[in-house]
Design a protein around this ligand. Structure first.
Ligand SMILES: *[C@@H]1O[C@H](CO)[C@@H](O)[C@H](O)[C@H]1NC(C)=O
Ligand SMILES: *[C@@H]1O[C@H](CO)[C@@H](O)[C@H](O)[C@H]1NC(C)=O
Ligand SMILES: *[C@@H]1O[C@H](CO)[C@@H](O)[C@H](O)[C@H]1NC(C)=O
Ligand SMILES: *[C@@H]1O[C@H](CO)[C@@H](O)[C@H](O)[C@H]1NC(C)=O
Ligand SMILES: *[C@@H]1O[C@H](CO)[C@@H](O)[C@H](O)[C@H]1NC(C)=O
Ligand SMILES: CC(=O)N[C@H]1CO[C@H](CO)[C@@H](O)[C@@H]1O
Length: 271
């Protein structure tokens, strides 16, 4: 009887787990702008140790959405704060979409956009950090689409995230600043084609060019290739697809567990 009670409650538990895992994923739609508040973004930066570890403060006045297009599928993937993205998803230069609090100021401003890695070569050993993946200036904001479009060539061309195989996932930060008046005249002596991508210091750079505090920002995690996406499953196309993929695996194992319990119960009653 004790065995029966134990098995039955385990069975009930299994069904609850199955029900929980079978719930439809809530984030299947790609949004142009992340549905989160400025406070949520700041909180995410603190939770990930970006504040104060990488930048001293982060009080954005606009929401930033970074939209990658997956080369294989042409599917859009949003880098919402703290999302896990694969190297496949982040292979191409993204689009930057801004939702500013003050649309009039944003319409009249130019912006600087930086994408960098504070965890190079690994989060535990930051010898090469910060590693600059992209730096561009002269961005103008479209009030219609929210998209930031460059009016000048990039200062540092985009190279995709590629953490070494032995590394934990890295944090990749994207920060948008309002461009200072004298930026274009001052930048060549501070950052140019011969400036290494390694040992970049975003704070020192923004101080030197009078950029002030970040206007908007987001970050995502990308791990090395081997651990990022199970091969051949095709589930690496979007964050929601990845979650559904791993959910399906868990669902499968739960069904197996449930099946085993049913088998035990049947055997118990038949014997
Ligand atoms: C992202 O990956 C980490 C493991 O690297 C995991 O702990 C975390 O739950 C994942 N986050 C999401 C939102 O899937
Ligand atoms: C950190 O990484 C660099 C580059 O791979 C390496 O030369 C160095 O030995 C590492 N340091 C430690 C403490 O592991
Ligand atoms: C904007 O950036 C792209 C990609 O780096 C580049 O090909 C293009 O020439 C830039 N536009 C201008 C106007 O410089
Ligand atoms: C290019 O940038 C470096 C800093 O990375 C600086 O030392 C050098 O003077 C700059 N070159 C020119 C021509 O301004
Ligand atoms: C980056 O620059 C800031 C401001 O100059 C400085 O306080 C900080 O120590 C620098 N970080 C590193 C890792 O050198
Ligand atoms: C934080 C935030 O902006 N939440 C919004 C997300 O979207 C729903 C539905 O559109 C809104 O009701 C929330 O206010």
């Amino acid at each position: 009887m004790a065995i029966f009670t134990f098995s039955r409650s385990s069975l009930v538990l299994s069904f609850f787990l199955v029900a929980a895992l079978a719930r439809p994923s809530s984030k299947t739609q790609i949004r142009a702008i992340t549905n989160t508040s400025l406070t949520d973004v700041s909180t995410a930066f603190s939770k990930a140790g970006i504040v104060p570890g990488v930048i001293p403060v982060f009080k954005p006045t606009g929401l930033l959405d970074v939209v990658f297009t997956v080369p294989a599928t042409q599917q859009a993937v949003n880098a919402t704060p703290g999302t896990n993205l694969t190297t496949q998803q982040t292979a191409n230069e993204p689009q930057f979409v801004l939702a500013p609090s003050d649309t009039t100021s944003a319409s009249n401003a130019e912006f600087v956009v930086a994408l960098f890695d504070p965890d190079a070569p690994t989060p535990q050993n930051t010898t090469f950090a910060q590693f600059r993946h992209f730096l561009g200036a002269g961005y103008r904001w479209s009030a219609d689409t929210g998209v930031l479009t460059n009016t000048t060539a990039a200062l540092t061309e985009f190279v995709p995230p590629g953490p070494p195989p032995y590394s934990d996932p890295h944090r990749y930060l994207v920060l948008v600043y309002v461009q200072s008046e004298d930026f274009a005249s001052k930048v060549p002596s501070i950052l140019n084609a011969s400036t290494p991508r390694t040992n970049f210091n975003m704070t020192a750079f923004s101080d030197a060019l009078g950029l002030g505090a970040p206007f908007a920002g987001t970050f995502f995690f990308t791990g090395p290739d081997s651990t990022a996406t199970p091969s051949g499953s095709g589930s690496g196309a979007s964050p929601s697809a990845t979650q559904k993929g791993s959910g399906a695996v868990s669902l499968h194992s739960q069904l197996v567990v449930t099946g085993v319990f049913v088998l035990i119960l049947t055997t118990y009653f038949l014997s």
